[in-house]
Design a protein around this ligand. Structure first.
Ligand SMILES: Nc1ncnc2c1ncn2[C@@H]1O[C@H](COP(=O)(O)OP(=O)(O)O)[C@@H](O)[C@H]1O
Ligand SMILES: [Mg+2]
Length: 326
């Protein structure tokens, strides 16, 4: 049975407006599986940051609120300061919002100094992290000299140095390029696998993230609309006018082709190009035929040509050619 580390139970949350009240959540219940990586996806303003900040005592938003958020069975607002600071790490969307000192080493040491850890222990923890992330070359650099990806990594390290059990990451890749985002996600997967850290990431676009996570939560207007593993959600949300746009391209292609090729719809939903190529191989002959028919329709001169002797056939869809099984 899945164990849960954080639970939000019937949260109602509103912000007062000048003459009115804006309801963000009317009855939000959600559980974060222990040791899992969950991505929370939805368009801007749907309530992602508000959900994340309800799980961090120091960031619980002002305004009207009812229901309860718990960490390990204890109300988040009842957690003692040290447990809250160390166990639950929160990364802000803008890498610059979190940085408070000048150099990388000071930045990573700062949270430990704040909770009164000895200098020797600070040195040990920083060298552990520097070795894990290969940070030695930038440890003494000024934070202003770092790229966006390096800044986000330093921010992550300043949370990891406290040995957190849960990481709440608010759109951490919104300012990173695709390569830096891929590296960042790979690091999160490694942290999850090697240190069993439970991770909740919010994102307003999600196409590249599915293969890194265990659970996808789609949110709309403060309500959770889908909450499933990435393969299941790629199947069910394909019928949804809003959320089908958030699915990985390979899953969209699989769903489209699955409507015409029943053997595809019985196969596992692909989340990466490698997986998609494997499932396309199963309908290799059909794809060759579709491509030939398409060619003939577009170019009637080809219609009379004996397809078996036609050299152009070999080049068409050559990328779908069956590879010898290894
Ligand atoms: N401090 C605040 N005061 C008033 N309204 C707020 C505040 N923070 C967020 N909101 C409103 O709450 C809604 C959800 O915001 P947010 O949780 O930041 O969404 P997201 O992170 O998905 O973009 C938005 O309509 C936003 O304008
Ligand atoms: Mg937000």
């Amino acid at each position: 049975m899945t164990q849960h580390i954080c639970k939000l139970n019937q949260i109602q949350k509103s912000y007062p407006l000048q003459d009115d009240v804006q309801h963000i959540f009317s009855d939000l219940t959600h559980e974060l599986p222990l040791d899992g990586i969950t991505v929370l996806v939805g368009k801007s303003g749907c309530g992602k940051t508000t959900l994340l900040s309800n799980l961090k005592k120091e960031l619980i938003p002002n305004g009207l609120r009812s229901g309860i958020a718990r960490y390990n069975g204890i109300g988040i607002s009842q957690l003692d300061d040290e447990t809250s600071a160390c166990d639950i790490g929160y990364l802000f969307q803008n890498p610059d919002s979190q940085i408070v000192t000048d150099t990388v080493i000071q930045e990573i040491a700062f949270p430990l100094e704040n909770i009164g850890v000895s200098s020797e222990e600070i040195r040990n923890r920083i060298s552990e992290l520097a070795a894990f992330f290969g940070l030695n070359d930038i440890l003494h650099k000024n934070v202003n000299e770092l790229s966006g990806g390096q800044k986000q990594l330093v921010n992550l390290c300043s949370l990891l140095v406290l040995r957190p059990k849960v990481l709440l990451l608010d759109e951490p890749m919104s300012q990173l390029d695709p390569i830096a985002s891929y590296d960042f996600l790979s690091i999160l997967r490694r942290l999850n696998e090697e240190f069993s850290i439970t991770i909740l990431i919010s994102e307003h676009k999600s196409d590249n993230i599915f293969s890194f996570v265990d659970k996808v939560v789609f949110m709309e207007n403060g309500r959770i609309k889908y909450d499933k593993n990435p393969r299941e959600v790629s199947k069910t949300a394909f019928e949804d006018d809003v959320f089908k746009h958030y699915l990985p391209q390979v899953a969209k292609i699989h769903n489209l082709l699955g409507a015409r090729h029943s053997q595809l719809s019985k196969m596992e939903m692909p989340l990466s190009i490698r997986e998609a190529r494997r499932s396309l191989n199963t309908i290799h002959d059909d794809l060759i035929k579709i491509s030939e028919d398409g060619e003939k329709n577009q170019n009637p001169d080809l219609a009379h040509v004996d397809s078996d002797n036609n050299s152009h056939k070999k080049s068409i869809f050559s990328r779908y050619k069956k590879k010898p099984s290894i």
